[in-house]
Design a protein around this ligand. Structure first.
Ligand SMILES: [Zn+2]
Length: 309
């Protein structure tokens, strides 16, 4: 049923500029061909499309494909674009909202991208590890991060192939020149799905809450040409500083002040050279791997800088 509904929605969408096509009518016509005449779905679809083409006085190639174009995930850099993608389901996450049926990560040779599928779209579920051609998905942008939304008009075709998912990690090298506020021992909102960092015990969304301690560093790495904003999560921060979350809590308790933690971290880390690798999130590099370098990675740029002082 929902399969035919998807086809019907796609057809209605294709003709939306030319005819007043009602999804229910399309579905009924498809249903009739499939149920009464045992026509395969693909053929039924072709037949129904042809009849609407006749009605509209159009040739097939005048119809186009609803504007959707086959796109690599890494090339998606605009909001509200209708695209087709061929991708592997790399990861599925627990949806945080009742309206979402699936949320996860798609991957192709160019990299990875988040996808969301809503319950109202009534789409079949995607399996982790499988490769699909997804027709007519719409791009979305939130704080510089792109994702794709599956929708009622999205066609899903499972492909019998594998994709070597590309790596969109970046590596930056340079001196850690600053540690920004919101680093060190922080408190996060405990509300489910929130995790916002509290400012003076307040969450922007949920007001005053009993926060949960976490460690994080928002650092600025200068590679000699430009600066990169890096986020080190708890594990990375512990590795980088040798201070565990428990130790940080103890330090703060002894000093009756949480800022002692970031002060100590700043003393240890600023001025040290690092090589950091990880995915990007907006303007941030999320450190997955961090290596402490003994000296400037690029002696030339340091020399240039030294001369300019
Ligand atoms: Zn919150």
């Amino acid at each position: 049923m929902s399969d035919l509904r998807t086809h019907a929605a796609e057809i209605a969408e294709q003709f939306s500029d030319h005819l007043d096509v009602d999804e229910d009518d399309v579905e009924e016509r498809l249903q009739n061909l499939v149920d009464e005449y045992r026509v395969p779905v693909d053929e039924a679809r072709r037949s129904v499309v042809n009849s609407y083409l006749d009605e509209a006085g159009l040739e097939r190639d005048e119809l186009g494909r609803g504007g959707a174009e086959e796109t690599l995930l890494a090339d998606i850099d605009q909001d509200e674009q209708w695209v087709d993608v061929t991708a592997k389901v790399v990861d599925l996450w627990e949806p945080r909202s009742d309206s979402i049926s699936q949320v996860g990560l798609l991957g192709d040779e160019s990299g990875t991208l988040k996808f969301v599928s809503f319950k109202t779209s009534e789409l079949p579920e995607l399996d982790e590890g499988s490769v699909y051609h997804l027709g007519n998905v719409v791009t979305d942008e939130y704080q510089g991060n792109f994702s794709v939304k599956l929708n009622r008009t999205t066609s899903i075709e499972e492909l019998d192939e594998d994709i070597e998912v590309g790596d969109d990690d970046v590596t930056v090298e340079g001196a850690l020149v600053d540690i920004q506020s919101g680093s060190g021992l922080i408190k996060r909102c405990p509300e489910e799905g929130c995790t916002r960092v509290l400012q003076n015990g307040r969450c922007n969304e949920h007001g005053n809450v009993e926060g949960e301690f976490d460690l994080r560093i928002k650092g600025v790495l200068d590679d000699g040409e430009e600066v990169h904003d890096i986020i080190f999560n708890k594990e990375m921060t512990e590795e980088l500083t040798g201070i565990t979350l428990e130790e940080a809590k103890q330090m703060a308790m002894d000093a009756l002040d949480t800022t002692i933690v970031v002060d100590e971290m700043r003393d240890d880390l600023v001025g040290v050279y690092y090589r950091v690798t990880g995915p990007t999130f907006g303007r941030y590099v999320l450190a997955d791997e961090t290596e402490r370098l003994t000296g400037p990675a690029d002696a030339e740029s340091v020399l240039i800088k030294a001369r300019s002082i």
